[in-house]
Design a protein around this ligand. Sequence first.
Ligand code: SF4
Length: 356
Amino acid sequence: MNREAVDQLVAGISETAALLKRSIKIMEVCGTHTVSLFRSGVKSLLPQNVEMLSGPGCPVCVTSQGYIDAACDLAVREGVVVCTYGDMVRVPGKGGSLESRRARGANVQVVYSVRDALKMASDNPKRKYVFLAIGFETTAPATAAAVMEADRLGLKNFFVMTAHKLVVPAMELLLAAGEVPIDGFLCPGHVSVVIGADAYLPVVERYHKPCVVAGFEPRTMLEGIACLLHQIAAGECKLENVYSVAVEGQGNTIARRLLQEVFVTAPARWRAMGELPASGQVLADKYARFDALNHFGLSIEADYDPPGCLCGDVIQGKSHPDQCHHFGRRCTPMRPIGPCMVSSEGTCAAWYKYNR
Ligand code: SF4
């Protein structure tokens, strides 16, 4: 993107923001936007009265502490291998993280995708492989495809511990709670590729909040913010999509069909937000035999934040990381206390890296 185009967009944003004469709070729903806004410098180009709030869209950060503890318990069982993404192994649980359990002999494998876990299960029938299926509609189709493949192969040693979550219900529940003033949403391009831009219509129609779908390049983020400010200044509330090169109104029908085949919508536990209705995806009855919670008789205990950790507030846009007493002192990326400092998409990690 050339400098002139950036300058024009930034100038337009500044002009509109000046007209508004008040503080505007825009929530970027997902962790990828949080990091991209910092890394690209877009955040530093915004006028003082335009504040970006991080929302509940970092997969690791929204995963409940009880889920982490259950995964740690599973990893020490004989013959069980827990497979997960790199960030997840560093989230501290009650008795340490998956990483620390691994150092004490637990079976924890870092994988790049669920297919790695599936292959290990297929190659080693004497061990049971459990994939920690976290994330939103971006990662859930891959989990669904792996479960269908495991079914086709007749695997009896592959399981998923589902904590997949849905983006739009989380946005609606934040608005329904009314604790955080939000003027509009910058909606995540990657999730929107799957669910489609139209999925945000309930947020617009029921809660009268502007939504703009944007990608992760500086230009589309600036365009998205500019569109939101224009709508707010004009007293409008509509759904716009500045990432139409990748996002269609109805989303990716193949991915959505996979999700419908394998999962059903169910209540889900979110860090600090408790159990939210219709905000998660669990395996449909047809695939219930792949459910790790059922197979191993696991239960997810009540959620909690580590003492003094504000991750629960950070993921809801109620607090900025620097309002946490531990930020940059006891809690750093090298020695994280909460998931928001662990994850590469975590708000605390982004603030530590780009905003200290
Ligand atoms: Fe939690 Fe650390 Fe962030 Fe504080 S700085 S909210 S302890 S992750």
